[in-house]
Design a protein around this ligand. Sequence first.
Ligand code: NAD
Length: 357
Amino acid sequence: MSKKILVLPGDGIGQEIVAEAVKVLRCLQADHGLAVELIDGVVGGTAYDQTGSPLPEETLAQARACDAVLLGAVGGPKWEGLDIAVRPEKGLLGLRKELGLFANLRPAILYPQLAEASTLKAEVVSGLDLMIVRELTGGIYFGQPRGVRTLDNGEREGFNTLVYRESEIERIVRSAMEIAMRRNKRVCSVDKANVLEATELWREVANRVGQEYPEVELSHMYVDNAAMQLVRAPKQFDVMVTTNMFGDILSDCAAMLTGSIGMLPSASLDANGKGMYEPIHGSAPDIAGKGVANPLATILSVAMMLRYSLNQPELAERVEQAVQQVLSQGLRTADIDSPGMTRLTTAQMGDAVVAGL
Ligand code: NAD
């Protein structure tokens, strides 16, 4: 039975890069037996312009009915003055919430061909392949009570609540374990158990879930040390699993180890393998419409979709190999270009990956 994919280009370069990812999907459909149906939808500023909402009911219904969502990016200066309730970002947050996407997967991969792009020494990062699994729907970003209150002496006080239920910890750690089983079978759980009770519980539950996966080596690290180790020796990690806020920070740090924002995909999954796949970068209004954006992060997001929602690991590998091949041929978009390489447009890069397939 064919799987349904909702395609949401969104705003800015989203339109250009998603078009290239769709080329890849169409190629897999035509030549490699991938049974998928692609459905077009709108989200973000583009959706606001057309319907008055960044997440129209129809888009949400389409997303619920699909097996996976491919998203470009949302946002841009055109919509910055809007009321916060209808800003493009609301479209993205609404989709995550409504679809129950609690596991955010952020790989940081540095292809040896691009080792020079990192600000770290090539030998520290070349060949880096780590996966950060961030809890996305709980923790301090959502905990109640929260707010700013005025004390008796008139001074104001801001407060947030870090709260995790056992079931929330269990499901994210289990996701990380399942992912590790498909990789190098090592999980590092990151917490601050020496200071925060909520993460003391996190560690206890992680150990309990870990016992269900005897093949996986589970270790623990305090978040301050994890930040240090990420820049000191990032290749020691296979899968890292952590809370919403720690994951937010560590995954951006890990992304910058690779030095190329246009290369990094991401996935947000629910408990049943349904997912939303998107590049980690934004809508890049500074280069939108110029045909110079790097589509590889979006194409690699398709590879993640094949692996995690469509159960097509061989095709996922094929796409990743095609990307590697393109890089080995010295083909580059502007953001990853260096002397001696061949500069391509967004569309030419998409075509090169399709040729590689
Ligand atoms: P950005 O990621 O859009 O751009 C940062 C820099 O990286 C820019 O110089 C841009 O040209 C470059 N860049 C990004 N993607 C690239 C690509 N594929 N190829 C080549 N260069 C690329 O971040 P920003 O400028 O801070 O934000 C722009 C807009 O995007 C804002 O409205 C922001 O809210 C939104 N945004 C959306 C998402 C999302 O949809 N998930 C994420 C981050 C930012």
